[in-house]
Design a protein around this ligand. Sequence first.
Ligand SMILES: [Zn+2]
Length: 320
Amino acid sequence: MSSSENGLAVPHSLPRDATAPFNADHADIILRSADGVDFRAHKLLLSMASPFFQAMFSLPQPNPSSLVPSSDVKKDGLLVLLFSEDEHSVGMMLAYCYPRALCPEPVVNSVEEMKRALHLASKYEIPEMETAVVRRLQAEEDVPQPVRVYMVAWSLGCRKTVVAAARHTLRTPFIAGTDYEELDAVPATALARLVNYRAACVEVLRDCTTNLAWMQPDLDNIQAQCSNEACASDETTVRDLFWKTWWAEYFRDAYQILKDAPNERALTIPEAVASAVSKASQCSDCRVHGTVTAAISVSSLRLSQELGKRLSEVELKTPF
Ligand SMILES: [Zn+2]
């Protein structure tokens, strides 16, 4: 109850209708948010998007689920389901159940929105909502504090999101000891597995940048070898030619620069390129500047591809 100007209590305003497409006359169910917004929806679409709703609508009504109590009252002849979530959450959930031709995909950019989507995906069994979070984590744009998404996903048993969030954390150095509220909801195992996962990824980076045998098929293209013995690295020779020292060392520099955040996206590394150009200038055969930068450019791209492939194979163990 709230008060009017003359001090008399007036009833809360009646539930109001949601906007299109959730105000259709041909709807056959009403979902009422906790803050009093009625969404008119279609059982068939909800059932197709969610096993939870499918089970609910196949049971005798009007008391289909303990999670979503239906009221005795109907509105316009339709059963009203009462949700504990607010208008934004119910609208978001419905948007993921409906075809894109009827409503745009909700924006899930912030950690808070991703948490909201994961909770709804888990509670109401809407796989498309978790898929949207995974897509966001795999997108080019960085998610701030992906560790928080990782923790929430772990607490809900959303494995695909846990894996995608762990991978996303590789984009930045890991700050041990950061105290997020989401940590309270997970066992220490969740954090330990993330630390182990990142250590395994650093090991993959180390192997990619020190054992360069995987580059063998590309050697002719990238002119990674030199006939000048003074230019030889202490690495193995291939076909009686020497791997250029500056070329092999470029990978070692890349390791040093990337080992705190071992991801495949940041492989144009100006410091490492400058260092390679400087070292190459000491060899009469390798001195040509364009040759060095072209070789490094191709090598960086191949390292990015190889590292991305191998990082995808690093396993993250979860109990679910
Ligand atoms: Zn050389």
